[in-house]
Design a protein around this ligand. Structure first.
Ligand SMILES: [Fe+2]
Length: 507
């Protein structure tokens, strides 16, 4: 039988109660802000502020060396980076049940404006983070954002995040594989950092997932990017287990075993990300898909392609009953896009949307059933629905594949003459896969076999975008090495899309 922790939902609400200030501040052995600060889910009047207290972030039990008592955390939001003009402040009680995570929902801020924030426990103060609210829906404010995915800690250094942190961004998206569930050995893989034996097992329990998030979030380059702009998040497979879908592990076994693991993974995910308190999972269920309005120019439709998908089945990819999104999310997405008045409608998507035949032989096709190619009938329905609703400028942003791709999305991939209905910017990994090379034999094959694929690159990095009224620009930022520190970032390729014309043009 499943036994999930009960009563957790109330804890988040309790954290916001001013009475929490009455809890005494326990004596701490060190500064508890070793996991950094972050903000997320920007709205026109507010954001979520996050930190998690840990005096010893890599304590084996995942509890960060904190005493098992509630800790009052003061927070402040100011209009200046010197924290002089404070406009909001309060006390949040960080509780051991949630590994001393802090999720403050700040409201009453002004639209389209920068703010700075910090936390204090006793005499210890966190770094100051910068965040930004979404513009008023009537404003045609240009939007700069970046997105990333796939950051296996032991595969290399987060040099790409150091470059991202230096950009002037309105928001940052993470499209999945924030952690990997694999065992990490005593020398820390490419990091060549000694680690305790607690890291050397696949993450299964809440303690193990908490420890894995702590390991990832201690990285200084990632901390810099987390502190520089508000984030939004999509979950993918490795955040729980490689290639999971719905209630199934690809390794088989009873669904209740997998759901217990999923509950542990989601709980740790929530505790470590700047998510709205209402995102707190109930057992193995976490509500993640949402749309984020960003002024008149952009709406982000953030998808969940794991919790509701039909099980992988390579022979049934055209079966119309199969779904990647699940019925409820699929109709929500079309409603959300149909209602949107934005110039650009950006779908934050986990797995490759464009059809990818990996073989050039015209008589053969090799498609990956874990991507939208395994759910082709639903993909056709989705794009028919988008076209019927005359959704303005649909753009898909994707992670997962550990390579850079840019593709035009066809109304019918079987017909080369079929019109493009949208574009997809698929971004590479931060570290997963190692240093990589500019191109590869496989990549050349992909380009030759798929005329709608316009760009391939096999290095690490992220994508930076700028949305204006008439154009959207995407810069593919790559780093020359990740398996050793000190890599250099550069823009490898840039595309521009004109409003009303779903085609990739060289910038
Ligand atoms: Fe990945």
């Amino acid at each position: 039988m499943l036994t999930y922790a009960t009563g957790v939902a109330g804890l988040i609400a309790l954290g916001q109660v001013p009475g929490g200030a009455k809890d005494p501040t326990p004596a701490l052995r060190a500064n508890p802000f070793t996991l950094g600060v972050s903000s997320g889910d920007p709205r026109q009047d507010g954001v979520v502020l996050w930190t998690r207290l840990a005096t010893e972030p890599l304590a084996d039990d995942g509890m960060g060396g904190m005493p098992s008592v509630p800790v009052p955390v003061r927070w402040e939001v100011a209009e200046d980076d010197g924290m002089r003009r404070v406009v909001r402040k309060g006390v949040f009680t960080a509780r051991p049940e949630l590994s001393h995570a802090v999720h403050v929902e700040v409201n009453g801020l002004r639209p389209g404006r920068e703010y700075w924030y910090r936390f204090t426990v006793g005499d210890e103060t966190s770094r100051t983070g910068r965040t930004k609210t979404a513009p008023d829906p009537r404003w045609a404010t240009e939007v700069s954002f970046a997105y990333a995915s796939c950051q296996a800690w032991d595969a290399g250094f987060y040099t790409a995040y150091r470059d991202m942190a230096a950009q002037d961004l309105d928001l940052i998206g993470h499209l999945g594989d924030y952690i990997y569930e694999n065992a990490i050995g005593a020398t820390g893989g490419q990091r060549r950092t000694p680690l305790s034996a607690a890291h050397n097992a696949p993450t299964m329990t809440l303690s193990q997932y908490r420890l894995r998030y702590a390991l990832v979030n201690t990285d200084p380059d990632l901390q810099a990017a987390r502190a520089v702009a508000p984030w939004f998040f999509a979950v993918d497979d490795h955040d729980v287990e490689d290639n999971w879908g719905s209630d199934r592990s690809p390794m088989g076994g009873p669904p209740e075993n997998f759901l217990r693991r999923r509950a542990a993974a989601f709980r740790a995910y929530f505790e470590n990300q700047p998510l709205r308190p209402s995102t707190l999972p109930t057992g193995p269920d976490m509500s993640l898909y949402q749309s984020i309005g960003y002024g008149r120019l952009a709406t982000f439709h953030v998808l969940d392609e794991r919790q509701f998908r039909s099980p992988a089945n390579v022979t049934a990819r055209l079966d119309p009953s199969r779904s990647m999104l699940g019925e409820r999310q699929a109709s929500w997405l079309l409603d959300s896009m149909g209602r949107s008045r934005s110039e650009w409608n950006i779908m934050a998507n986990q797995v490759m949307m464009f059809q990818l035949d990996r073989l050039t032989d015209p008589g053969l096709q090799q498609l990956n059933p874990d991507t939208w190619d395994g759910y082709a009938a639903e993909r056709d329905r989705l794009w028919a629905g988008i076209t019927r609703r005359k959704v303005a400028n649909p753009v898909v942003i994707t992670g997962d594949a550990h390579v850079n791709c840019a593709a035009e999305l066809k109304a019918d991939f079987a017909d080369p003459e079929s019109p493009a209905v949208g574009v997809e910017f698929l971004g590479t990994s931060i570290t997963s896969g190692g240093d990589g090379t500019d191109t590869s034999a496989g990549g050349q094959e992909w380009l030759a076999a798929n005329p709608h694929l316009k760009f391939f690159n096999n290095q690490r990095g992220y994508i930076r975008c700028r949305v204006a009224k008439d154009t959207m620009r995407a810069d593919y930022v790559v780093v020359d090495k990740v398996t050793t520190p000190g890599g250099t970032a550069s823009v490898r390729k840039s595309f521009v899309v004109e409003s009303g014309r779903p085609a990739l043009q060289d910038a």
